[in-house]
Design a protein around this ligand. Structure first.
Ligand code: PHE
Length: 448
């Protein structure tokens, strides 16, 4: 058998993890969820999930992936040595989940290409109705479809060419650039007249408005943003060398991801209030606010091009991590050639993505649980499939793997000399806290 690919060095691992985590989840999904779920109180609940539940889960995915050196489906079979038929198959739900996320993610990825083209054509000028512009870009029939197809094609192309040759190189430039751009937009946004209302919205919690749905959405967003629960980390970790420090790499990724999300919030929310728009605008928020900001500032048209390039790039590094889950599964489980596996996966994604895109316009009346397909898949995957995947991972690692095995992997065979209390605290969360919290929230939302 051909030797498995692996990341070149520590920096490559960090870039790949951060590339997967930082994406549309931070810049598109987080601000609009903050807006529709009441602001600061949502953020506080979100922080709880990031640090208390998702970070230990990230360590756990790392442990599973690196120990098994296998794709997400094969990982559980390897670790159970074929002796536990149920647990050996739990990876299937992750593959399904990655597929579902990718299907609507590519539609939003298509919007970013569309907005990049608009910025090159200098369409962001003062006086334009940006809400109408977004409506047209997302609900018409052919335009969003074409961009979605281009987006899927580009994602597939990179996965075929291999992640190492190229994407890693560009990420080193794009990520810092995205960071600088979001900071600059945030600073500008804060200086707009009326911005203080937005700051208040982001930082003064009003817990009286918190409902079960707020908690569910915050949990789902934490999973989504950190790429937890559908095996992306398991898949990437299977390419990681034994020397890598799991705890510090995961913590660095989580903190970076959080910083991007918070900056996106500060970049967008004050502007929302300054422009007199409603924070509960929904999925169009980013695409309405950002062009409007660029239409008002000097060199805005050039900066807009730069912004949409880096946004597109951030989205791409996340979607390749999703596609990689499906491709690694197909190529290792069904012994398909990598290029053939990528083709099969992308073609299937394209079909669902096309339906998702159409569900916002032409097929809007065709609903599942009262939601158009796009919104249904978004909610299904983030709020349910990812947490269910995560739940199975922690139960597996907490109860089917021994303490020794788990600690051995976390501390690289005890060569890292991790603090004992830290290891025990992580183990305690993985065994008890995370499963109980996730279960309670899922059950109470399903019974509602
Ligand atoms: N974390 C990515 C983002 O924030 C999306 C993603 C979810 C990627 C799940 C992989 C797995 O955009």
């Amino acid at each position: 058998m051909k030797e498995r690919d692996s990341f070149g060095n520590h920096f490559g691992v960090l870039v790949a993890l951060a590339g997967s985590a930082v994406g549309l989840g931070n810049l598109w999904r987080f601000p609009y969820l903050v807006g529709t779920n009441g602001g600061a109180s949502f953020i506080i609940i979100y922080l709880f999930f990031v640090f208390v539940i998702c970070l230990p889960l990230m360590f756990t995915e790392f442990v599973i992936g690196r120990r098994s050196q296998n794709n997400v489906f094969g990982a559980f079979r390897t670790l159970t040595q074929g002796k536990k038929p149920f647990w050996g198959k739990i990876g299937a739900i992750s593959v399904l989940c990655a597929f579902v996320i990718l299907s609507f993610y590519c539609v939003v990825g298509g919007w970013t290409i569309n907005y990049l083209v608009k910025s090159v054509l200098m369409q962001f000028t003062e006086g334009v109705n940006f809400q109408q512009m977004f409506e047209h870009s997302s609900t018409s029939t052919t335009v969003p479809l074409i961009y979605t197809l281009i987006y899927v094609f580009l994602t597939a192309l990179i996965v075929i060419m291999g992640v190492k040759n190229g994407i890693e190189k560009y990420s080193k430039i794009m990520m810092p650039l995205l960071f600088l751009m979001v900071i600059a937009i945030a600073v500008h946004s804060l200086t707009l007249p009326g911005a203080s209302e937005g700051v208040k919205f982001l930082f003064y919690p009003d817990f009286s408005k918190v409902t079960g749905d707020t908690v569910l959405a915050a949990m789902g967003q934490a999973f989504f943003s950190l790429s937890i629960g559908c095996g992306t980390i398991i898949t990437y970790a299977s390419y990681v060398k034994k020397e890598e420090n799991i705890i510090s790499s995961s913590a660095a990724t989580a903190i970076m991801d959080l910083i991007f999300a918070m900056l996106a919030g500060v970049a967008i929310m004050p502007a929302v209030f300054a422009f007199g728009l409603s924070p509960s605008e929904g999925p169009g928020l980013l695409f309405v606010i950002i062009p409007q900001i660029f239409s008002q500032i000097p060199f805005g048209s050039v900066l807009a091009i730069l912004f949409f390039i880096v946004l597109f790039f951030a989205a791409l590094t996340s979607s390749i991590s999703l596609l990689e889950v499906v491709v690694a599964f197909l190529s290792e489980e069904f012994k398909m050639k990598r290029s053939w596996a990528t083709f099969t996966a992308s073609l299937s994604v394209t079909i669902v993505a096309v339906l998702c895109s159409l569900s916002l316009g032409l097929l809007n009346d065709w609903t599942i649980c009262k939601l158009p397909l796009f919104d249904f898949l978004d909610k299904l995957s983030a709020d349910f499939l990812l947490p269910i995947g995560g739940l199975l991972f922690v139960i597996f690692a907490g109860w089917k793997m021994s303490d020794e095995e788990y600690f051995d992997e976390l501390s690289n065979g005890n060569t890292l000399k991790q603090k004992r209390w830290l290891l025990y605290a992580i183990r305690f969360i993985v065994k008890y806290i995370a499963p109980i919290v996730i279960l309670i929230i899922l059950i109470s939302c399903l019974l509602k």
